[in-house]
Design a binder for this molecule. Structure first.
Ligand SMILES: [Zn+2]
Length: 169
C-alpha cells in the first residue's frame, strides 16, 4: 500500500522514496489520543483534519535524536517524539537523520559488533545535536553582546547630551 506524508507541504510518498536509497522512513500516528492530537496539530493542515489508522509522517520532520534502532536494525521513534522540523516553508530547513551516512556493516561483523556500531551512531547523532544547540547559543550570545554594545553607546550619547544641556542652562 502506498503511504504519503501527512505534512501539508511535504511531497514524500512511499512510491517515490525508499529507506535504502533516500534514508527516509514513514511513521504512523500514535494511537494515544493526546499524542495523536499533538501530531495532527503539528502537521499544519486544516483545522478539521484528522489522521486515519494509515496516516503517516515521514522522518524528515523529526529530529535525528527522536529515533532509535531496534535490535534488528529497524528505525523507530521514541515515545514522545512530535513532528517539529521542515514543516512549513517559513522554517529554516533543518538537517535530518536521512542526511547521515548509513552504518557500515561488514559480513564478518558479529552481532555484538553490529550492536556497538548502532550505539556509536546513536551517540554521533546526540553529539551532532548538542553541537548544533551550542552553535545556536553562541550565535545568540554574539547577538546579545552586539545589542549590549549598542545600548552602551546610546547611554553614553544620552549622558553627553544631558551634560551639554546642563552646561547650556
Ligand atoms: Zn514528510
Amino acid at each position: 500500500m502506498m503511504v504519503n506524508c501527512a505534512v501539508a507541504s511535504c511531497k514524500n510518498t512511499s512510491a517515490k522514496i525508499s529507506k535504502d536509497r533516500d534514508g527516509i522512513t514513514f511513521h504512523r500516528f500514535p494511537r494515544d489520543t493526546e499524542r495523536r492530537r499533538q501530531w495532527e496539530v503539528a502537521v499544519n493542515r486544516e483545522q478539521e483534519w484528522a489522521a486515519t489508522s494509515s496516516s503517516t509522517v515521514c522522518s524528515e520532520h523529526f529530529l535525528a535524536t527522536d529515533f532509535y534502532l531496534t535490535d534488528n536494525g529497524l528505525r523507530r521513534l521514541i515515545i514522545n517524539a512530535v513532528p517539529a522540523i521542515n514543516i512549513s516553508v517559513c522554517q529554516v530547513p533543518e538537517p535530518t537523520i536521512s542526511k547521515l551516512p548509513p552504518i557500515d556493516i561488514n559480513p564478518a561483523d558479529t552481532e555484538e559488533v553490529i550492536q556497538l556500531k548502532h550505539k556509536v551512531r546513536r551517540l554521533e547523532i546526540i553529539a551532532e545535536d548538542r553541537k548544533r544547540r551550542l552553535n545556536l547559543m553562541w550565535q545568540r550570545k554574539k547577538r546579545l553582546r552586539k545589542k549590549l554594545h549598542r545600548m552602551k553607546c546610546l547611554l553614553k550619547h544620552l549622558v553627553e547630551v544631558k551634560k551639554a544641556k546642563e552646561v547650556e542652562s
